[in-house]
Design a protein around this ligand. Structure first.
Ligand code: CP
Length: 300
C-alpha cells in the first residue's frame, strides 16, 4: 500500500505529479479517474486551503469527498486509531488526515487498507511542498534555483527541504538556532540532495541567506499548537520578517511564497504579500491542481 505520509514517499513520483498537475491546470484532462470513489478527509485542526482543494479536487475527478471533523467522530471520544482506520478502510478508497501528531498519522496508515495522505502534521506538510515546487516551476520554468526559507523551520520547511532536494533545488533556511528544521528530516534531505546535486544550508544570518535568492519563502511564526509560545516566538523571529528592504537583497526577479494563512506585519508585510513579486495567490490555487495529481497517483 502506497501512502503519502512524508514528502519522501513521493520520491519516485514527484516529476509525474508535477506533470499531471500541469495537465489538470491547463484543462487538458477531462478524465474522471476517481469516478465512484470516496475520500475521507479527517481534520483535527482548522483548514481553508487543504479542505477546499481536496474537496473540490475530488469532485472534479468524479469522486465523493467526505469532510469529517475528528471531534465529531468516535475518534474524538476515545475510539482508538487502529479501530478507526480498519473500519474507515471498509467504506472509502483513500483517507486524508490533518492531525496534531505525526505519529498518529503513521499509526493510522499502519492499519489502513487504503492510501493515507498527510494533510499536515506537526512534522510535515507534503501536499503543500509539492504545490510550492509546482508554483516555482510554473513561474520560473526551471527548478535550477536558489530558495531561501525564513523564520521557523517548521513542518512546511521540513517537507520543502525534502521536496526541493528531490528536484535538485538549492535551499537555504535562515532561522535562529532553536528554530532549525527537524534534524532527522534534514539528514534524509541531505541524503537525497547528494544524489540530485542540490545544496541545503541552515544559517542564522538573514542578509546572507537572501542575497541573490530566486525564491523567498516564509510561514507564520505561531503555528497551530504554538499559541502558548506566542510572545517568545514573536521576539525570537522578529529579524526574519519578509519586507521590501529584505526582498531588495534577493534576485530582482525573485518570487515570494507563503503557504497561508499569513499574519501581516509579523512574518510578512502587506506590501510584499500583495506586491508584484508575490506568487502566493497562484500558490494557493495550485493546491487544487496538485492535490488532484496526488489523489490520482494514490487512488486512481
Ligand atoms: N497552507 C494550508 O495548509 O492552508 P490551510 O491551513 O488553510 O489548509
Amino acid at each position: 500500500m502506497t501512502h503519502l505520509l512524508s514528502a519522501l514517499d513521493a520520491q519516485n513520483n514527484v516529476w509525474s505529479i508535477l506533470k499531471e498537475a500541469k495537465e489538470f491546470k491547463e484543462g487538458n484532462s477531462s478524465k474522471k479517474p476517481l469516478k465512484n470513489k470516496s475520500l475521507a478527509m479527517v481534520f483535527e485542526k482548522a483548514s481553508t486551503r487543504t479542505r477546499m482543494s481536496f474537496e473540490v479536487g475530488m469532485y472534479q475527478l468524479g469522486g465523493q469527498p467526505l469532510y469529517l471533523s475528528a471531534s465529531d467522530l468516535q475518534l474524538g471520544r476515545g475510539e482508538i486509531i487502529e479501530d478507526t482506520a480498519r473500519a474507515m478502510s471498509r467504506y472509502v478508497d483513500g483517507v486524508m488526515i490533518r492531525a496534531h501528531k505525526h505519529e498518529d498519522v503513521l499509526q493510522f496508515a499502519r492499519y489502513s487498507d487504503v492510501p493515507v495522505i498527510n494533510g499536515l502534521t506537526n512534522l510535515e506538510h507534503p501536499c503543500q511542498a509539492f504545490t510550492d515546487i509546482f508554483t516555482i516551476n510554473e513561474r520560473k520554468n526551471t527548478l535550477d534555483l536558489q530558495m531561501t526559507f525564513l523564520g521557523d523551520g517548521n513542518n512546511v520547511c521540513n517537507s520543502l527541504l525534502l521536496a526541493a532536494a528531490m528536484v535538485g533545488m538549492d535551499v537555504t533556511v535562515a532561522c535562529p538556532s532553536s528554530y532549525e528544521p527537524d534534524s532527522i528530516i534534514l539528514k534524509d534531505a541531505q541524503k537525497v540532495a547528494r544524489k540530485t546535486g542540490s545544496v541545503l544550508k541552515i544559517i542564522s544570518d538573514v542578509q546572507d541567506a537572501v542575497a541573490g535568492a530566486d525564491v523567498i519563502y516564509t510561514d507564520v511564526w505561531v503555528s497551530m499548537g504554538d499559541e502558548l509560545e506566542e510572545s517568545q516566538r514573536l521576539n525570537d523571529l522578529r529579524d526574519y520578517q519578509v519586507n521590501q528592504d529584505l526582498l531588495n537583497l534577493a534576485h530582482p526577479d525573485a518570487i515570494v511564497l507563503h503557504c497561508l494563512p499569513a499574519v501581516r506585519d509579523q512574518e510578512i508585510t502587506e506590501e510584499v504579500l500583495n506586491g508584484p513579486q508575490s506568487a502566493v495567490w497562484d500558490q494557493a490555487e495550485n493546491r487544487l491542481h496538485v492535490q488532484k495529481a496526488i489523489m490520482n497517483w494514490l487512488m486512481g
